[in-house]
Design a protein around this ligand. Structure first.
Ligand SMILES: [Zn+2]
Length: 97
């Protein structure tokens, strides 16, 4: 027997447990590089709240994850196993104070 209330994440709204999230995954690549990004967004299917990612700097680049300015899109750069980065991937990052 499980107690669903104990599984609510810290900081979640008391109105909605956000227990049914819809994740959207998008694979994108730009220009003449083999670098791709996995773009992840999520929304609560119950209350419609967008998920805002935490702990990642704003931006995108080949060396580290980044998030969109509104914090709703997480971008993870990746290559296939064994591949070397080719071309000139675009990228920028903004460090929050
Ligand atoms: Zn919700």
């Amino acid at each position: 027997m499980s107690d669903e209330k104990s599984q609510r994440p810290v900081g979640a709204s008391s109105q909605c447990p956000h227990s049914d999230l819809h994740f959207t995954l998008n694979n994108s690549g730009f220009g003449d590089t083999n670098l791709h990004y996995l773009e992840i967004t999520a929304r609560c299917k119950i209350c419609g709240a967008d998920i805002v990612w935490r702990g990642v700097s704003m931006g995108m680049g080949p060396d580290r994850p980044g998030i969109s300015p509104d914090g709703k899109e997480l971008r993870l750069p990746f290559l296939a196993e064994g591949e070397e980065l080719t071309g000139r991937p675009i990228g920028f990052s903004i460090r929050r104070a």
